[in-house]
Design a protein around this ligand. Sequence first.
Ligand SMILES: C[S@@+](CC[C@H](N)C(=O)[O-])C[C@H]1O[C@@H](n2cnc3c(N)ncnc32)[C@H](O)[C@@H]1O
Length: 224
Amino acid sequence: MGTDTPESATAQAERRAHLERSRTQWDRWSNWYALSESDFEPMREDAIDHLELRPGDRVLDIGCGPGVNLERLQADVGEQGEVVAVDYSPAMVAKARARVDDHGWTTVEVRRGDATTVDFDEPFDAAIASLSMSVMPDVHAAVENVHRLLEPGGSFVVFDIRPIQSGPGRLVNPLLRRFLRWYANWNPDGDVLESLSTVFEECAVLETYTAGTTYTALCRTAES
Ligand SMILES: C[S@@+](CC[C@H](N)C(=O)[O-])C[C@H]1O[C@@H](n2cnc3c(N)ncnc32)[C@H](O)[C@@H]1O
């Protein structure tokens, strides 16, 4: 209070505006998401494979949308494990909860929250963010929060979208950025991989798809 410079106050206001746009945008898309959710299914499956979840693990799905990862996550951690999914959009949360109820999963909790501030009493063994980190208003703060929520030696797998990295295809990046901003309220200032490599003790890109525009990165916290 009173210590913020005018610049950081502006940045905070922009982040709040981005988050509220995100809520409106994803509430609206929640009714149509099912039409395209299977498009990325193989990449999401690969990403979850990299977590090497074990029965009994506690896993966090951050920016869960309508719960597209929940079936696989709860199957991997089993009855002794626990899946907690978080999303900022109330409509997405409602869809994810309906999915949980329809399947009768008793070890899956869906919570409405902001990835940068959401907090839990118990740490997680692993976390996943699929197609969500790059749409967050403060990517770096979200990455720091996930790092804080993980056990020592915990894994965080991120499947996400980025502009074309090399070659003449980069010419279409301005269009791609505009499309992603329109469609997903994508954050042009966030650099997910940069934040992951800065915050996590270990981090590597393990897979790239479609001319490198989508990728899977696996990061780990220090063992102790
Ligand atoms: C493209 S959807 C991804 C959904 C799902 N993970 C998937 O793989 O399809 C992005 C999701 O991130 C959520 N999101 C955006 N900003 C968020 C934030 N700050 N905290 C939590 N969720 C957020 C949106 O509400 C939306 O449901």
